[in-house]
Design a protein around this ligand. Structure first.
Ligand code: FAD
Ligand code: DLZ
Ligand code: SF4
Length: 508
């Protein structure tokens, strides 16, 4: 039966399940650039360039295999701007009798797909996404009957299933987790690696022009675009990371430094999420470095945990809990997102650095996302939906299956502890310990109150005070609340007053 195989912009891998049994003589692959996907949230300009350019390069790769690709460009006449519209047109154009597609990464697209059979009038086969280690059913089985869904236990199961970093049924080195060794601050004289930029080729340059013409009002700079847009270049980026950065990845995973946007991080999330790299090959590259004694166990375990553990876990959680997951607001946070999240115009240096990196690179590393912009949003009580919208708009790697649990659950504790056992709330002392940001800031991380006091300090106490009802009984918050109870009541009221003045000024 002549089959139309739809490949979405984040399914750019030759081994994707929708292409499994393709017959190049008979079937047609549909790839469509559609306005709706660039604007359902107005993505960072670099993300749109990355996706569209990677799609165009992938289509060329398929064509080299003599596969017929029906590629619809954004500017093509009659482009309906939606997946459904483009499928309808392509079915007619190519006289296909059925559709095959791989399940999408976002709930909203899944809802769309569920309607296709009825509205297109042909059979639509939706296949499992075979890029992940754990199927959605497998995750649901793991979650079944568990009181809490902590990542650590899921990760151990994945270690056992893959046999990675195992000696028999015991973890290699007799520890499952080297997290406590992943928290070093960066020595001043530590040499930092130069990270590879990939110069835009003519295809990318053409897409840059298209994006700047059509979506130039979206957040973000285009001039720094240096992402890989082909599998070949993404593999090169992975290779560079493993040989140059991985040995230090573990030690400095939580460190932050002014003007240094990438440090020893992988910079592979956009490639993984788009399909240019597969999680298995990324983990195997790290495991091989361990085997060849080119990287220590703590670094390799730390890196593998992010992919085999966190990445799989957040995907499982997203599909297990949607659509209700996005609706909760456990801490009843209501404040609108302040303007400086878009402009980076703020006197808080840590926030400025993180937002500038986000604007320039469509990237900030995990600790910046969690402990700077995320921590501020948590402490200031920003409305979860607004914060989630921001995270989905501003990063090259942002797809809802991975963005939402990280923001809603991990950063904002809006799920009331489904994902994290306690809120990741921290004062200026944490940021001061893990970065050099405070040295160049007008505020002082050591002062609790007064004009020079770091806002993260009084916001931290204000957060604890205003959330006593939902949080005080959490055993993991015991120490924080004992410290609060020891604080002089007059000081508590001064803190509340200063925090509220600061928060009121944000709203203005
Ligand atoms: P590295 O630090 O080098 O880590 C290696 C890989 O591990 C990453 O490429 C990523 O694939 C995986 N990984 C690490 N941490 C996580 C995690 N918590 N969840 C899932 N995968 C993880 N990641 C996204 O891919 N897309 C998002 O939209 C996204 N939004 C986030 C929002 C918030 C509020 C937070 C706190 C985290 C978010 N993350 C997201 C997770 C993480 O910050 C990024 O995956 C990471 O910063 C990507 O950079 P890297 O490739 O240099 O990662
Ligand atoms: C993110 C994105 C963008 C900007 N544009 C397209 C596009 O034009 N065509 C396409 O097939 N996919 C695009 N994507 C990726 C989709 O948004 C993604 O496949 C869905 O969100 C499902 O995960
Ligand atoms: Fe951020 Fe406070 Fe440090 Fe300034 S002093 S950089 S606001 S933590």
């Amino acid at each position: 039966m002549k089959t139309l195989r739809l490949v979405l912009g984040d399914q750019l891998n030759r081994s994707i399940s929708s292409l499994d049994d393709i017959d190049p003589k008979r079937d047609v692959v549909l790839m469509a650039e559609v306005h709706d996907e660039a604007t359902y949230v107005p993505h960072h300009q670099q993300k749109i360039v990355l996706v569209l350019s990677a799609m165009r390069h992938f289509a060329e790769l398929l064509a080299c295999e003599s596969i017929t690709v029906d590629y619809v460009r954004m500017s093509d006449e009659g482009n309906t701007g939606s997946f459904t519209g483009e499928l309808e047109r392509a079915l007619k154009r190519n006289q296909c009798e059925r559709v095959v597609v791989t399940e999408p990464g976002e709930w909203r697209v899944d809802q769309m797909m569920q309607k296709w059979e009825a509205c297109l009038g042909v059979p639509v086969e939706i296949r499992q996404d075979n890029r992940f280690f754990c199927s959605l059913d497998g995750f649901a089985d793991w979650a079944e009957g568990r009181k809490n869904l902590r990542m650590e236990f899921f990760y151990r199961q994945m270690r056992r299933e893959t046999g990675w970093l195992m000696e028999g049924d015991k973890p290699l080195g007799e520890r499952w987790n080297y997290d406590s060794e992943n928290r070093k601050s960066l020595p001043k004289d530590k040499a930092l690696p130069r990270r590879n930029r990939f110069e835009p080729d003519p295809i990318t340059q053409e897409v840059i022009k298209l994006v700047s013409d059509r979506f130039g009002d979206h957040f973000g700079e285009l001039e720094h675009f240096g992402w890989a847009v082909t599998r070949e270049d993404a593999l090169q980026a992975l290779d560079d990371f493993v040989s140059v950065c991985l040995p230090d990845f573990g030690n400095y995973q939580d460190a932050m430094k002014s003007g240094e946007d990438f440090l020893f991080h992988g910079l592979v999330s956009p490639y993984l999420n788009l399909g240019l790299l597969l999680p298995r090959e990324v983990c195997e590259a790290a495991l091989q470095a361990l085997e060849h004694e080119e990287a220590p166990l703590a670094a390799v375990e730390g890196f593998v945990r992010q992919i085999l553990g966190w990445r799989e876990y957040v995907r499982g959680l997203y599909w297990l809990k949607m659509p209700d997951y996005a609706q909760s607001n456990y801490l009843n946070a209501k404040r609108p997102l302040p303007e400086f999240y878009w402009t980076a115009r703020t006197e808080l240096n840590c926030l400025r650095q993180t937002i500038e990196s986000t604007r320039d690179n469509a990237y900030a590393h995990h600790i910046q996302r969690l402990m700077v912009t995320g921590n501020f949003a948590l402490l200031a009580g920003l409305e979860p939906a607004e914060v989630e919208d921001w995270y989905l708009r501003v990063y090259a790697d942002a797809f809802e299956w991975v963005e939402l649990p990280n923001t809603h659950g991990m950063a904002l504790y809006a799920d009331g502890g489904v994902m994290a056992s306690k809120p990741y709330a921290a004062s200026g002392a944490y940021i001061n310990r893990m970065s050099d940001y405070c040295a160049d800031c007008k505020f002082d991380p050591k002062q609790k109150l007064g004009e020079k006091a770091c806002p993260f300090n009084y916001l931290y106490w204000h957060f604890l005070i205003r959330n006593q009802d939902p949080l005080k009984s959490n055993p993991r918050m015991g120490l924080a609340y004992r410290n609060l109870d020891r604080m002089d009541p007059d000081q508590q009221s001064d803190i509340v007053e200063q925090a509220e003045r600061f928060l009121d000024a944000l709203d203005e």
